[in-house]
Design a protein around this ligand. Sequence first.
Ligand code: BDR
Ligand code: CA
Length: 316
Amino acid sequence: MPHRIIIDTDPGIDDALAFLLALASPEVQLEALTTTQGNVVVETATRNALSVLELAHASQIPVAQGSMFPLVQPLYASAAVHGESGLGNAVLPEPKAQAISQHAVDFLIEKVLAEPGEISVFPIGPLSNIALAIRKEPRFAKAVKQLVIMGGAVREGGNMSPLAEFNIYVDPHAAHIVFHSGIPITLIPLDATHKCLVTRADVEHINEVKSPIARFVKDVLTPYLDFYEANTDFGGSALHDPLTLATLIAPELLTLQELYVDVDIHGGVSMGNTFADFYQIARKPANMKVALDVQGRKFIELFVERMIQLSRKIQD
Ligand code: BDR
Ligand code: CA
């Protein structure tokens, strides 16, 4: 039986690639997308989610629009990394399908409570919707199977401030609620995602198949590769959000450690910093599994293989 998942997202270049990887993976059944502000404002996130599903011939999958603002912090939504549209150079037509009328928070609560222990949620943007669901319906935390979160930087430095990763930085108060909710969590932080580097050669390899999917992968990744080239010496671009799916499709590639992790919400230079109690100084039980390492190249090879398969399947 495939794992039933909902992706909570702010697409976002690597978010879009995470949906495509989910759709390309027989181990996964993508039940819905819920959107949040983050890389872009929520209306753009919703449009992008619908457009990418349409491109992948998956517009039967419902999209529910969620939080317009972080819980406490002001809206961030900047075009710096993902471009004005949120999807780099890709120009997708206006989607035919519409988001469902239910708010993402109510949709998440209803879906999860309808089948307790069945649905995993993969938040790959700021955690605003998940925190609101936890606060609105206390049974949510007990009924959701697990959260697999892209966020945080544990031993690694931040990518939004020297100490904070983007998704946590944008809504640290939401992260605080989620981390202390008691929900089983796997955290996929920059410590692992910075080792999953897609290259121009990988993009060209996918584009040996002539298909709208392959073309889309190239159009979203080209400016993302330019950004990484201009700002880092990584030698590729990090596929942050797709790596969450490794927990289901290639768990052997991840090195996970059970840890107590907290997030700073006190508002100084370390606002949004995610820190782990490696030596159990605080004597608190672990609240998540953290991916501290990954066989990054193997994950990228798997990603490329699955994008080629999806490109072959969807030819118009
Ligand atoms: C995270 O920030 C976003 O820009 C990406 O989509 C990813 O979810 C990485 O820090
Ligand atoms: Ca994201």
